[in-house]
Every structure is written in C-alpha cells, then in structure tokens.
Design a protein. Structure first.
Length: 222
C-alpha cells in the first residue's frame, strides 16, 4: 500500500510555517516567539509505512515483520491479473460481489498492509480507514508469482492470509516447473489446511462460497 505523510516538509524539518495575511509589526510591538513544530517519529512498522510519502508505481507491504517495497507488476504479471478479473467477473456479478486488481488490504489480526494481485469480496466489505479493505471481509485473494516474489507468494503470504481470515487463496505460479495454479482452503492459525494444485492448463475447482471451475489454460500464453 501507499500512504500519506501526516506532516508537511517544513514541519518535519523543524521549521515554523510562514504566517500570511498580517501587517509587519512596528518597532514597539511585542512579537511572540514561534516555537518550532515537531512531529512524532513512528514507533511501529505500521506507523513507519503510514509515515512514508506517496510512491506512485510501487507496492509497500509488511510481510512477517519486513517492509517490502516492490514495483508494480511486469507485463506478464499484469496480463495474468487482467485474466483473473475476466475469469471471476461472471461469478462476482452473480453474487453482487466486487473484483479488485491490486487492492489495498489490511490484515485483520495485525493491521498490517498487503496488496494481493487480485481480490474478490462483497461490495460492503468492511474498511480499515478510508482505503484498505479488512482481510476477513474478503472471499478470495490471488497472488501471481514473479521472479522477485517467489518466497513471499509461495511461503510467507499463505500463512498471513489464513490467519487474517481470508477463506480462499489462489496462487498462479508461472515461475514453477511445470507452471502451476493452486487454491488454498480451510484457513487456520497454522495456515491453510488444504491445498489443491494443478498444472497450468488443467481445470481447477474453486470451492464454496465461490463454487466455480477455473480453466487455467487461459494463463498459458501469458
């Protein structure tokens, strides 16, 4: 996720802001001293991420205590995300759900930010603040593995999403040999209890509440 710094650069530098709309003081007037404005520095990783300025074109996430700053998807990854939106849109419309590419998500148990490549949930999914959807209000999230995200997508994020209450996790892995697509179900404190994996090109059944068969051959030419 990206977020906004709550203070101005002049304040961060300890400099008083200029006062406008006032006449110059006469020689006999007493001008009160202006104390420099200071801002409290972040004391947690979440506060540090919220303190960072906007970084267009980058994802900022917290993964197992590490701040991960990564560029937005490469062309292949972006195309697979578009294919996911296209594949799940009929299901979303049937249930009056919403689909989101690269959604700002707040993990319900830690309040830490992740940005799944694709997410689906009800249109009234609960928010954390004004821009992050709480993870336990979603129905499905998906990650598309890239060369730079192998560890996070395969090893770290499944446990985080499971503990965050996301019922279904889909992982599209064009970096695997052979290429695979997997669905993770039955979330628990220890991760997802069930993983169903197929070779890319085969059909993959996505269980309830989605209840949909995904034809993974759509990813073969990505």
């Amino acid at each position: 996720m990206t977020s906004r710094r709550d203070h101005q650069d002049a304040q961060a530098a300890g400099q008083p802001e200029p006062v406008t709309g006032m006449e110059p003081a006469s020689e006999t007037e007493q001008v009160p001293a202006v104390e420099p404005t200071t801002s409290r520095m972040p004391t947690t990783i979440r506060e540090f991420v919220d303190w960072l300025p906007e970084m267009p074109g980058f994802h900022i996430e917290i993964v197992n205590g590490r701040v991960i700053v990564s560029p937005r998807g490469n062309p292949r990854q972006s195309w697979i995300i578009a294919l996911l939106v296209e594949a799940f849109l009929p299901v979303a419309r049937e249930h009056s759900w919403r689909t989101w590419p690269e959604l700002d998500v707040c993990i319900a148990w830690t309040r830490e930010p992740l940005i799944p490549d694709f997410a689906m949930g009800p249109k009234d999914a609960p928010l954390w603040g004004d821009r992050e959807v709480l993870s336990d209000g979603l129905i499905l999230v998906a990650e598309v593995v890239s060369a730079n995200s192998v560890r996070e997508d395969r090893e770290d994020k499944p446990g985080i999403y499971a503990r965050g209450g996301v019922p279904l996790l889909l992982i599209v892995d064009p970096e695997a040999e052979p290429r695979t697509v997997s669905v993770h179900t039955d979330p628990s404190e220890d991760g997802y209890r069930t993983v169903t994996r197929v070779k890319m090109g085969e059909e993959l059944r996505i269980p309830a509440p989605v209840d949909f068969t995904l034809d993974t051959s759509v990813f073969l030419d990505a």
